[in-house]
Design a protein around this ligand. Structure first.
Ligand SMILES: [Zn+2]
Length: 128
């Protein structure tokens, strides 16, 4: 990614809607100059980029809303799912629910099993 300065023509100002994005549409990009992260799911209110706009279709003239660095100063830091914790949290809650369930089931099994064992033991006695 060592692109030289391109002469900005008025055509570059128009959003490149017809272009096919090369990176994944939900890839986030981090500004190497200031650390600002462009999130395609949120867009960028400062530069009036609507939510759901992939970084790859942003106009070449788009600049970092924090430090006005060029688009080429941004580097791909991967998809959102890699760092979002919502899915992980869900799993944790699910695991916890299962754990409490198995705990009560365990105690039930222990006492129920003990009772059954005694009954079996007694029935064996009565048989003899
Ligand atoms: Zn920046």
């Amino acid at each position: 990614m060592t692109e030289e300065d391109r002469p900005s023509s008025p055509a570059d100002l128009a959003p490149t809607t017809g272009k096919k994005p090369t990176a994944a549409d939900d890839d986030r990009f981090e500004c190497r100059a200031c650390g600002h992260i462009y999130n395609p799911n949120k867009g960028d209110p400062t530069t009036k980029v609507i939510a759901g706009t992939p970084f790859s279709v942003l106009p070449e003239t788009w600049k970092c809303p924090v430090c006005t660095a060029k688009k080429t100063a941004f580097s791909n830091i991967g998809t959102i799912s890699n760092s979002e914790v919502s899915g992980f949290k869900e799993n944790q809650g699910y695991g916890f629910g299962v754990n409490t369930m198995t705990q009560s089931q365990k105690s039930l099994l222990i006492y129920g099993g003990l009772g059954l064992g005694i009954l079996l033991f007694l029935s064996l006695y009565t048989l003899n």
